[in-house]
Design a protein around this ligand. Structure first.
Ligand code: NAP
Length: 314
């Protein structure tokens, strides 16, 4: 008999948690007694999780009848997609619905870092506008050069917004795309060309520390780094060293190594703007992501195929 029990590994959000329970009768693992998995693992056919909680090979192994995993979030660095696919288990994430909000935030960070909006706000609140006078000059955004690492769904949404700011746009990734923006096969060369370098690729071993000391040096003392991808893509020690020495102009970061929290060596820099990993964190987008997590499981039960499956890695 096909196992049909839906297991939810961790809370996802109020909407998904409610729909999973009410519409799919999902069992919340965190509410069960220790030993539940060992006793009931063979009854589980579908799994709901999130990029925060993930799903490793050990969990997949503990569920011998598992057929589908629906994960909230677009990153899949915490999901063992390969182990799932090796067993013929379908895996889906929640792409597309968050592109605009993450791209909006990338632009918010870019402009905030270039025009030093948070530093200006601190200046006003500390009364320095009155006592010291005008704020120092900042960096122009419009008409400048925008480099994007990872021209995927979110990278493209960032590039489209860049056109509205009359930017010249180039990108780096594993392969050139069929787009009007120039492909730069060397990330260091892209950084050297760019005024702003935006990281929009995912995490994991393949992208680990792609933004190295060399890339940061190429971006230069007037260059600004924006990261809305994953903290692991940037060599954070090298970033701190580049900011300390003035080799890099500034940074806008939504994701950090070792998050949550930021090391003081990074946050003490006035030319760094940090947001607490909130790229997709609007009411509208989070609701759409939660709905898609549930819809993927409904689609699998109905058609044997989820709406937004992660394709196999070749
Ligand atoms: P996507 O459509 O799959 O795009 C990923 C891009 O990364 C692709 O263009 C890919 O280029 C590039 N890439 C992958 N591996 C690479 C490598 N080794 N070297 C260089 N480029 C590489 O994914 P997406 O939906 O745009 O999401 C991208 C990432 O954003 C997610 O994985 C997640 O980590 C992050 N994210 C962050 C937030 C936030 O709150 N800050 C929210 C959502 C997502 P090629 O095709 O050329 O390989």
């Amino acid at each position: 008999m096909t196992a049909s029990l839906v297991l939810q590994l961790a809370p996802i959000g109020p909407l998904a948690d409610r729909l999973l329970r009410e519409e799919l009768g999902a069992v919340a693992l965190w509410e069960q007694e220790a030993g539940w998995l060992a006793q009931n693992g063979a009854r589980v056919g579908l799994l709901a999780t999130s990029v925060r909680r993930g799903c490793d090979a050990a969990m997949i192994e503990a569920l011998p009848q598992l057929r589908a995993i629906s994960s909230w979030g677009v990153g899949h660095d915490t999901l063992d997609v390969e182990a799932a696919h090796a067993r013929g288990i379908a895996v889906a994430n929640t792409p597309d619905v968050l592109d605009d909000c993450v791209a909006d935030l990338a632009w918010g960070l870019l402009i905030a870092a270039a025009r030093r909006i948070p530093a200006g706000d601190r200046y006003v609140r500390a009364g320095e506008w009155t006592t010291l006078g005008g704020f120092p000059l900042t960096t122009r955004v419009s008409g400048k050069r925008l480099g994007i690492l990872g021209l995927g769904r979110i990278g493209n949404a960032i590039a489209r917004r860049g056109q509205g700011f009359d930017m010249q746009i180039r990108y780096n990734g594993r392969s050139p795309k069929d787009v009007a923006y120039g492909f730069e096969p060397s990330l260091t060369a892209l950084a050297a060309w760019s005024d702003f370098l935006v990281v929009a690729c995912g995490g994991g071993p393949q992208t680990h520390h792609l933004v190295s000391a060399e890339v940061l040096a190429a971006l230069g003392p007037r260059g600004i780094l924006v990261n809305i991808g994953r903290g692991s893509v940037v060599d954070q020690e090298a970033l701190i060293a580049a900011l300390d020495s003035g080799a890099l102009g500034g940074a806008g970061l939504d994701v950090l190594q070792g998050e949550p929290g930021a090391p003081a060596a990074l946050s003490r820099h006035d030319q760094v703007v940090i947001s607490p990993h909130v790229g997709s964190a609007t009411i509208e987008t989070r609701e759409a992501m939660e709905q898609l997590t549930v819809d993927n499981l409904h689609a699998f039960l109905r058609d044997g195929r989820m709406l937004t499956p992660i394709p196999p890695i070749h």
